[in-house]
Design a protein around this ligand. Structure first.
Ligand code: MMA
Length: 174
C-alpha cells in the first residue's frame, strides 16, 4: 500500500467509526435542568413514568414560590412533593395531549412555572421573580415524560426529562 492508499483507508475507517457511533446513539431522550437552588431533599419520578404518560398536574403556589407539586402518570398520582403553604391548583390534560415546553423563573427556589402543550394550551402557575428558563426537548416529537428535583417546605429545584410518547394501549384492570 502506498502512502495515499493508507491515508484513504484510515480516513474511511475513521469516517465509518464516527457515523456508526452517531447512529448508535439514542435519539429520543433529553434533559433540561436543573433550575433552582441547592436546598431540600432530592426526588425523582423516573419510576412513575412506567404508570403512563403525564395526564394531570397539581401545583401549590404562594405569591412568590411554587411550594408543592404532584404529577399524575396514567391513572396514578405521584407522591406530593413540597409543603402546605399556598393554594393548590390542578390541571388535567386532554387524552393524547402532551407537555412540550416548560418556561419558568427561579432563584434559590422555583418561583414560577408555565407548561405548554402540543395542542397550543398553556398553564401558568405563580407570579414569583427570578432568572428565566425555557426548557424544551432536544429531539422532534418528544414530550415531557417525568420530572425530578429537590423539595422541602417548598420546591427548591426542578428538572424536566423528555422522551417519546409511550406507544400502545394500556389496559387497566380494576
Ligand atoms: C426545608 C429544608 C430545606 C429546604 C426548604 C425549602 C425549611 O427548610 O428541607 O433544605 O431548602 O425546606 O424547601
Amino acid at each position: 500500500m502506498d502512502g495515499w492508499m493508507l491515508c484513504f483507508t484510515l480516513l474511511t475507517l475513521l469516517y465509518c467509526a464516527f457515523t456508526s457511533a452517531e447512529v448508535n446513539q439514542a435519539r429520543s431522550s433529553s434533559f433540561s435542568g436543573e433550575f433552582g437552588g441547592g436546598g431540600g431533599k432530592r426526588f425523582s419520578h423516573s419510576g412513575n413514568q412506567l404508570d403512563g404518560p403525564i395526564t394531570a398536574i397539581r401545583i401549590r403556589v404562594t405569591r412568590s414560590y411554587i411550594t408543592g407539586i404532584q404529577v399524575r402518570y396514567g391513572r396514578e398520582w405521584s407522591e406530593y412533593q413540597g409543603g402546605s403553604a399556598g393554594d393548590l391548583e390542578e390541571i388535567f390534560l386532554q387524552p393524547g395531549e402532551s407537555i412540550i415546553q416548560v418556561q419558568g423563573k427561579f432563584n434559590s427556589y422555583v418561583s414560577r412555572l408555565l407548561f405548554v402543550t402540543d395542542r397550543g394550551r398553556y398553564f401558568p402557575f405563580g407570579m414569583g421573580r427570578g432568572i428565566s428558563f425555557n426548557a424544551v426537548p432536544l429531539f422532534p416529537g418528544t414530550v415531557l415524560r417525568y420530572i425530578s428535583g429537590s423539595s422541602g417546605s417548598i420546591i427548591d429545584a426542578i428538572s424536566f426529562h423528555w422522551d417519546n410518547k409511550p406507544t400502545g394501549i394500556t389496559i387497566s384492570l380494576g
